[in-house]
Design a protein around this ligand. Structure first.
Ligand code: FE
Length: 374
């Protein structure tokens, strides 16, 4: 097991993050029963120490990658003296909290995607977040009306295009269905929450029938069977396997600043295009937080959410995670600014959430994940 002590540098506090692999596949923590875990791409955390931090501790279940979340949790621990224990997993955390029931050690669920946030509410694993800080910093459009979740950052789903092989500098999502891209597009699984969100937005704008035709046409334009994450698609452009990919914005920043030289090369081989800049705007989604229904450290959990929503927390989302902050007083980072202006699709996220099930069924029906020619 590889142990990464992300915050061992900081004062008397220790944030312990443990991960066995890049996929965060770990055994269940000793303190957490894990009956509902479906997905083996699971996680881990430190066993809460009997000697807590001076401000107590907080248990976080996170769908967000360790590298993206570490700077936030580190700053929180430094500021409050609250020790953060983190479980990471790509899938299954909501189910896990649900299965753990009243004995769940989870205080806060950090998640990406409106779908996962509304799912937490629907599954009854949340309790209302009552916080002045959150209300002041985060616009109402990015909060559940009942306080079941709060958005903390925004990202856009953009097109990555080969600098060498793609001449155009503007694009629309609709255009990805054009046969001119046959054999030239790379995308991760159609069932991934990011692509489901995108298709759900197309359903909202164009209706289910057109959305299904779009998904089928894009599938037929794929260069290969969907596999890997967003970064892997950019890698495939670099290696010449495809010319166009779809991915989230912050991955560009992560590649540009990566300590892995090959990732910096992948980033250099592409330009980032904001689809539909001339009409409805680019599809955006949020990351956010849920306060767990049975949070054993509710006070600390609320303090964490307050911190993430605060000016200081939002600065970290902007500067270190390179997302779009939801606090409008916080500027986007220079790195993000360099990609040009992002005009977000103003479709309410609740509309996206509503169409997710149908989007998933369409992806299935068109056999998106079987790839081209299937
Ligand atoms: Fe992501």
């Amino acid at each position: 097991m590889t142990t990464v002590r992300a915050a061992a540098r900081s004062t008397a506090l220790s944030l312990t993050i443990m991960a066995t692999s890049a996929a965060f596949s770990l055994a269940a923590p000793a303190w957490a029963s894990n009956p509902g875990e479906k997905n083996k791409a699971s996680s881990e955390m430190s066993i809460p120490s009997p000697v807590a931090g001076s401000g107590g501790e907080v248990n976080i279940y996170s769908y967000r990658e360790p590298g993206l979340i570490a700077p936030l949790i580190e700053a929180f621990a430094k500021k409050t003296g609250i020790k953060a224990n983190v479980v990471y997993a790509k899938d299954g955390l909501t189910e896990r909290i649900s299965a753990e029931g009243a004995n769940s050690p989870a205080d806060v669920l950090l998640s990406v995607d409106i779908g996962r946030l509304t799912e937490a509410k629907d599954k009854g694993i949340s309790q209302p977040i009552v916080s002045k800080e959150v209300e002041e910093e985060i616009p109402a459009a990015y909060r559940d009306p009942d306080g079941a979740w709060v958005g903390l950052s925004q990202r856009a789903r953009v097109v990555y295009a080969s600098k060498d092989r793609v001449k155009q500098d503007t694009i629309t999502y609709e255009e990805l269905a054009d046969p001119k891209w046959k054999g030239k597009i790379c995308m991760r699984s159609g069932q991934h929450t990011y692509n489901i969100g995108l298709l759900a937005s197309i359903i909202a704008h164009e209706g289910a029938e057109k959305a299904a035709k779009w998904a089928e046409a894009v599938k037929n334009n794929l260069a290969r069977k969907p596999a890997g994450g967003d970064r892997d698609q950019v890698k495939a452009i670099y290696s010449g396997e495809c010319d166009i990919a779809v991915g989230n914005t912050y991955y560009m920043a992560a590649m540009e600043t990566s300590d892995k030289p090959e990732q910096r090369e992948w980033a250099k081989s592409v330009k980032l295009l904001f689809p539909n800049a001339a009409d409805r705007g680019t599809h955006v989604n949020i990351s956010g937080a849920v306060l767990a229904k049975h949070a054993p450290h509710k006070e600390q959990g609320l303090k964490l959410i307050d911190f993430l929503a605060s000016h200081e927390g939002q600065m970290i989302y902007a500067e270190q995670v390179n997302e779009y902050p939801l606090d409008k007083d916080v500027p986007i980072s220079k790195q993000v600014q360099a990609w040009g202006e992002m005009k977000p699709d103003t479709l309410p996220l609740t509309e996206v959430a509503k169409n997710r099930k149908q989007a998933s069924e369409i992806m299935d029906k068109v056999g998106f994940d079987q790839g081209p020619g299937a």
